[in-house]
Design a protein. Structure first.
Length: 110
């Protein structure tokens, strides 16, 4: 039987990237979906990124204006991706679609 700590190490890991602002904040949804997310996938897939998805509020409102869900193979894949030589290019691209600083949150299934 696998120990709980070993299961957690090998469990899929999810990273949520959120952007907080107002309806007037600069955030180019089209660029984000058509350019940035494919760049993220291309850069980090080799390290274990399995999928990316973007979500936006149904109605204009202050608060969270965009969420990206990044599904990684496991926590080791997250670390490998974030520490990869491709990461500076991914982070530099943020300025092309927004002035908002992203917030990253890691989540793991229990």
């Amino acid at each position: 039987m696998t120990e709980p700590s070993a299961r957690k190490r090998n469990a899929a890991a999810t990273v949520y990237v959120t952007y907080a602002g107002t309806p007037d904040s600069r955030f180019d949804r089209r660029y984000y979906v058509e350019q940035h997310l494919p760049l993220v996938l291309k850069a980090w897939q080799r390290y274990g990124l399995q999928s990316v998805a973007a979500f936006f509020p149904a109605l204009p409102q202050a608060g969270t204006i965009a969420i990206c869900e990044c599904e990684f193979r496991d926590e080791a894949a997250v670390e490998a991706a974030f520490n990869s030589p491709e990461t500076p290019e991914v982070m530099a691209d943020v300025a092309n679609f927004t002035d908002i600083a992203p917030t990253r949150l890691r989540a793991m299934a229990l």
